[in-house]
Design a protein around this ligand. Structure first.
Ligand code: ZN
Ligand code: FE
Length: 256
């Protein structure tokens, strides 16, 4: 049985905050609390006791609730070592390859810089759950605020190696806009076309498109397909290095 029970809380315009509860112990982590109030209220409603905050990076829409939640619950704040000075209230610093255990649920930490220079992701293998913040989105990836294309491609390549069944719990509902862009660079991709239609149906019904699975992303997310010859060909970059293809896709998205 999956060790984690995950509850998704939509906040602000398009952020998702997650409550991840270890079924065996009741330990509950909040992933990237943009805000405190709705998170505390939802935990209360569920009867879940918040014991941890897991931050992926320092941006305010991922850490804005840190101090208030810590004050209300006495929880432990876990965050990226490389960003220790930018994570409010950080107690435990983690880095590439570290394993952090919350209750009995173990997360492997990946250092995935690019969106920010300290970004990390949490991989709960037993639960098939990846919390990747603003590094990988459904059909997209984070803007390169503090990193270069080669670095982001390297970060995404770490995530590409996880099982296809991995659930991708990203931090924003950007999927519909991402789909429109993806179709502009990968129009020949039938699975992408079908997925884009499905996303339109889900959004029209007000249903989240997150989490997706890594398998879906590998097949349809143009940022993960920078090493796919058929995508490179559509961009006029046949034979180019994946980093060059990735940079082209990222650049086009920035101007889309
Ligand atoms: Zn961010
Ligand atoms: Fe964000």
């Amino acid at each position: 049985m999956s060790r984690l029970e995950v509850h998704q809380i939509p906040v602000l315009n398009d952020n998702y905050v997650y409550l991840a509860r270890c079924r065996a112990t009741g330990a509950t982590g909040v992933v990237d609390p943009a805000v405190a109030e709705p998170v505390l209220a939802e935990a209360e409603r569920l009867g879940w006791r918040i014991t941890h905050i897991l931050n992926t990076h320092h941006h305010g829409d991922h850490t804005g609730g840190n101090l208030e939640i810590k004050q209300a619950t006495g929880c432990t704040i876990v965050g990226p070592k490389a960003d220790r000075d930018r994570i409010p209230g950080i107690d435990v610093e983690v880095d590439e390859g570290d394993r952090y255990t919350m209750g009995e649920a173990e997360a492997e930490v990946f250092f995935v810089p690019g969106h920010t220079r300290g970004h990390i992701a949490y991989w709960f293998a037993e639960s098939d759950a990846l919390f990747c913040g603003d590094t990988l989105f459904a059909l997209g990836c984070g803007r390169l605020f503090e990193g270069a294309p080669a670095q982001m491609w390297d970060s995404l390549s770490k995530l590409k190696r996880l099982p296809k069944t991995a659930k991708v719990y990203c931090a924003h509902e950007y999927t519909q806009a991402n789909a429109r862009f993806a179709l502009s660079v990968d129009a020949a991709n039938d699975r992408l076309k079908a997925r884009a239609e499905e996303i339109d149906r889900l959004r029209a019904a007000g249903t989240p498109t997150v989490p997706s699975t890594l398998g879906e992303e590998l097949a349809t997310n143009p940022f993960l397909r920078a090493d796919a010859p058929d995508l490179a060909a559509q961009l006029g970059l046949s034979g180019a290095d994946p980093v060059e293809v990735f940079a082209e896709v990222r650049g086009r998205k920035d101007r889309f």
